[in-house]
Design a protein. Structure first.
Length: 310
């Protein structure tokens, strides 16, 4: 499978991390879209998270038939969930300059990685950088594709504690962000892409692509939490006392206390205590700045803050 080389750019290595689980139906199409990237210095790490179908066989056959053994590393393991599976993939892929997370059933457009590298190379490389591809939503056979609506969210550190505007399958991160993210305890953080969002909003810089560069396939077995119905269990866990906002904040505080400025420490402190405090609850509830981009979600969040669920 031939790929065009990106001209005029130092070919720094990108590690593409793919976590699979019962993905036999769409995995080959996604791998093809990775291997058709115009950026050629790519190594693909695949970890199967305990599939019971033929996913692993299909991946290995694809690599063998396309003579790509030098470009792929494949591992299998027990089912631990997609976020911790990506953490293991990060540990496997510890060399290189950039990392791209990849879902098993989506499709990338050819310039996705090259555009990410072009932007990264215009920035200071000593801060966390996150490149987010704009995406479209497709049905199961991608016969219908609709652009995902993005708005100017004015996303910042305080909003990162209660919301995530980034999708893991569409992001590319640099070494500085990788080094911070891999240190996290993935038993504590909610999602790897959400924790990356908190890190980059505190210490780094992000950008959204100008054009759509990836299509997210919507079907009944998606492993990634992109749609609203996937967020319903989060609300149930909150009401039962599983405050993942607190776990995110406590892990961030543990890792980065010495790097935060006073304002960041103040925001983080509002979320790290599990025991209910009326003073803290009131302070969060009537915080003068917005916690979320959506007004309806903002109202719900502040109500949950007042009763100690966030």
């Amino acid at each position: 499978m031939k790929r065009k080389k990106l001209l005029g750019t130092k070919m720094e290595r990108i590690n593409v991390l793919v976590s699979t689980y019962n993905g036999e139906k769409y995995i080959e199409e996604q791998l093809k879209s990775i291997d058709c990237q115009t950026y050629s210095n790519v190594h693909v790490y695949v970890r199967d998270d305990g599939s019971t179908d033929h996913t692993v066989e299909l991946v290995n056959r694809y690599i063998r038939e396309n003579e790509l053994s030098d470009k792929y590393t494949v591992a299998t393991g027990e089912n631990i969930g997609f976020s911790k599976s990506f953490h293991l993939l990060m540990q496997m892929a510890d060399s290189g300059e950039y990392w791209a997370f990849c879902d098993q059933d989506d499709v990338w457009y050819p310039n996705k990685l090259s555009n990410a590298v072009k932007w990264m190379q215009t920035q200071k490389n000593d801060i966390p950088l996150l490149y987010q591809s704009k995406i479209a939503i497709g049905n199961s056979d991608l016969s219908e594709i609709v652009p995902y609506k993005y708005e100017n969210y004015n996303y910042n550190f305080q909003k990162a504690f209660t919301s995530n505007i980034f999708f893991g399958f569409a992001m590319v991160i640099n070494r500085e962000l990788y080094d911070r993210l891999i240190r996290a305890d993935f038993d504590q953080i909610k999602y790897h892409d959400w924790f990356a969002a908190i890190i980059v909003s505190a210490f780094g810089k992000y950008v959204f692509s100008e054009e759509i560069e990836a299509v997210h396939r919507q079907h009944e077995n998606n492993a990634s939490p992109l749609y609203f119905f996937k967020k319903i269990p989060d609300g149930i866990r909150l009401l039962r006392g599983d405050n993942f906002y607190t776990r995110n904040a406590r892990e961030f505080d543990r890792l980065f206390l010495s790097e935060m400025d006073d304002g960041q420490k103040e925001i983080c402190t509002l979320f790290i205590n599990e025991k209910y405090s009326l003073k803290t609850a009131v302070k969060k509830t009537f915080y003068p700045k917005r916690w979320n981009m959506s007004l309806s979600v903002e109202f719900i969040l502040r109500a949950l803050m007042l009763i100690g669920k966030i």
